[in-house]
Ligand binder design. Sequence first.
Ligand SMILES: *[C@@H]1O[C@H](CO)[C@@H](O)[C@H](O)[C@H]1NC(C)=O
Ligand SMILES: *[C@@H]1O[C@H](CO)[C@@H](O)[C@H](O)[C@H]1NC(C)=O
Length: 188
Amino acid sequence: MSATAFFTTTQFLLFFFSVSTIILGDANIQGEVLLPPAQGTEKVSHLHFYFHDSLDGRYSIRIAAAPPSYKSATQFGNARAVDFPLTEGPHPGSKLVGRVQGLYVIASKEEVVLLMDLTYQFYEGKYNGSSISVLGRNAVRSPLREMPVVGGTGLFRLARGYVQAKTYLYNVTNGFAIVEYDAFVMHY
Ligand SMILES: *[C@@H]1O[C@H](CO)[C@@H](O)[C@H](O)[C@H]1NC(C)=O
Ligand SMILES: *[C@@H]1O[C@H](CO)[C@@H](O)[C@H](O)[C@H]1NC(C)=O
């Protein structure tokens, strides 16, 4: 499989970007303008990949739990640090295309909802070393979850967008989960 199978980057939308000068009162002071890395247009990339979680310590570990959480059906208040592999296909032996690093907290007393704060670092082709940051609510038992992309680095500088996550496989016995991701990222 080539890198293009993983990153089906399509410039299907073009947004024109104009830089305006900020004039402050009578003093006519020009505000500093942070220019995007490339002039003019914003593109949208669609990234498709799978991530692998496991509660056995292989990819994530519990870093905090307050005593009241021991009695909580949802484990409300538990926090985990994560380092998940990202693969091209759903099989754990599929080509590694990146890693997800960060943390999540169980943020609901009623259902299993995570507040995720994760960086998706990519290894493939021209995206090698670039990353996107995802911050948002993940109701893991919903068939389709959406979380915002709040920024990025490298090719994804000034990124914004969203990811959609679907559980591909979840094993209740060992907590192993494979999640399919589609990320739609606007960047320059
Ligand atoms: C990504 O970059 C690192 C560091 O520059 C390099 O060691 C690695 O071989 C690259 N990976 C790919 C798939 O190009
Ligand atoms: C779920 O995990 C258990 C324990 O590791 C294993 O025996 C079982 O085969 C797994 N089920 C699936 C569908 O992978």
